[in-house]
Design a binder for this molecule. Structure first.
Ligand code: NAD
Ligand code: G6P
Ligand code: MN
Length: 432
């Protein structure tokens, strides 16, 4: 049987992961599930952990869920390690949002100053996890969900020198689920090609005859649900731009292509109902009230209010593909290896890849047009500076990353926002 270890097991998303593995048990026979958390998340771990055990108990399968704060104990002989932790929990996210907004800049979980600060907090922890894995489960796969997912995956592979790592996100899953519905086509008949960075990819779609139907989807996006996750405010992309691009941007591109409107909306929430993190904190509290019910043994509907809904489909399918050597296409964060020749071969990109027991083989996309190439190279440079600053604690490089980021206003204001955020996060930033 398979041993899975989930780091950040106290997440409210955990029941979704259990549901995904219960559904796939016949193909992926799990023996043990270890949910790992830290002191700060102990109470959440207990509640959601008991709920997870009830879900297995209500299934025909005999699986034991272990709860622990001792990561090293959990990692011994693991087959798959999945990561879904948030250093500093939602309170840290709320600071990532509120501080930039207070300077009139975007405050968002994975974009702008907040996303970079989340990387600063997370990079030291993920590198510690990799060191433990080298010792305790040297053959295991690391399946990363922890955001910023692309940068964390790049950290593991490039700096942790751990090649058996796949980064995941639910955004492509949602697009591939909803777009066929928009056109009333069976999704299995479509061929998808994605490439770019996590939360910054583009995609194209072909029908079963090989005809490019991307423009039909672009047409439908203006009137139908295209699967953009619930956490992103839906402003329409400018039509002429998409017609020129002839590729479909991801939901998160709105923060860049429609920066003024997205910023305006974000600031309204910041001054009004609260930032996304503040809203999510309420949803989380409601979910944990439900999870406390000793009779609840299935995933409650309310979990779909979270932007990460369906992430478990990516996690479970990925593990299934590796475990059963399936050679199926999935969109993952993995090493470029020439799929996007506009970036270095060892850069981590998010790309349609074939998954086997050996890992992910990216499908070549080819050169990008000038506009997309420019965006991609700036964003990758920002990611590289962010990761290196997160490892070394080099203040000047952190400032360079901030200045490169299109969401951060240039000038002394960039330094002010960085300084305030470094102080606010002191507890989680041993490297600075
Ligand atoms: P959360 O705030 O509930 O955090 C999850 C758990 O991580 C908490 O119980 C917390 O105590 C724990 N934790 C914190 N530091 C830890 C550490 N050092 N070791 C072990 N556990 C630790 O977060 P959430 O809202 O459930 O999201 C979890 C993570 O997954 C976030 O990083 C989020 O960005 C990410 N996420 C990614 C996707 C994706 O598409 N890749 C989708 C959803 C969520
Ligand atoms: C999307 C992204 C995730 C992100 C989540 C935020 O689904 O793919 O990477 O963490 O939304 O959702 P939330 O409900 O926490 O705002
Ligand atoms: Mn994501």
């Amino acid at each position: 049987g398979i041993k899975i270890v989930t780091i950040g097991g106290g997440s409210s998303y955990t029941p979704e992961l259990m549901e995904g593995f219960i559904k796939r048990y016949e193909e992926c026979p799990i023996k043990e599930f270890w949910l790992v958390d830290v002191e700060e998340g102990k109470e959440k771990l207990e509640i959601v952990g008991q709920m997870a055990q009830r879900m297995w108990d209500a299934s025909p399968y005999d699986v034991k869920v272990y709860l622990t704060l001792d990561r090293r104990e959990a990692l011994i002989d693991a087959d798959f390690v999945t990561t879904q932790f948030r250093v500093g929990l939602l309170n840290a996210r709320i600071k990532d949002e509120r501080i930039p907004f207070s300077y009139g800049m975007l405050g968002q979980e994975t974009n702008g100053a907040g996303g970079m600060m989340k990387a600063f907090r997370t990079v030291p922890v993920i590198l510690d996890i990799v060191e433990d894995m080298k010792e305790l489960c040297p053959d295991a796969w690391l399946i990363n969900f922890t955001n910023p997912s692309g940068m964390i995956t790049e950290t593991v592979i490039k700096y942790g020198k751990w090649e058996k790592c796949i980064g995941l996100c639910n955004v492509p899953v949602n697009s591939m689920m909803k777009e066929p519905e928009m056109l009333s086509i069976n999704g299995e008949e479509l061929i998808y090609q994605f490439a770019g960075l996590n939360h910054f990819h583009w995609h194209k779609v072909f029908d079963k005859t090989g005809k490019d139907i991307t423009e039909d989807i672009i047409d439908a996006m203006y009137t139908k649900d295209d699967g953009t996750p619930t956490n992103i405010f839906k402003v329409d992309f400018v039509r002429e731009q998409l017609e020129q691009m002839k590729v479909i941007p991801c939901g998160y591109h709105r923060y860049y292509y429609l920066q003024d409107e997205m910023l305006k909306h974000g600031l309204e929430e910041y001054h009004g109902i609260g930032t996304r993190g503040e809203q999510v904190k309420k949803t989380e509290a409601e979910l944990f009230e439900l999870y406390k019910d000793p009779t609840l043994n299935y995933k409650p509907e309310q979990l779909t209010q979270r932007g990460g809904t369906y992430y478990s489909d990516a996690a479970c399918e990925c593990i299934n593909a590796i475990y059963n050597n399936k050679n199926i296409p999935m969109v993952v964060s993995t090493k470029n290896n020439g799929a996007l020749p506009d970036l270095d071969a060892d850069s981590i990109i998010e790309v349609t890849s074939y998954l086997t027991a050996k890992g992910a083989s990216p499908v070549a996309w080819g050169k990008l047009n000038s506009a997309e190439k420019g965006w991609l190279q700036v964003m990758k440079a920002m990611e590289e500076c962010t990761i290196e600053a997160a490892i070394t604690g080099d203040y000047g490089l952190a400032l360079q990353a901030f200045l490169l980021n299109p969401q951060v206003m240039g000038g002394n204001i960039a330094k002010q926002v960085l300084d305030e955020m470094l102080v606010a996060n002191e507890k989680y930033l041993p490297q600075f």
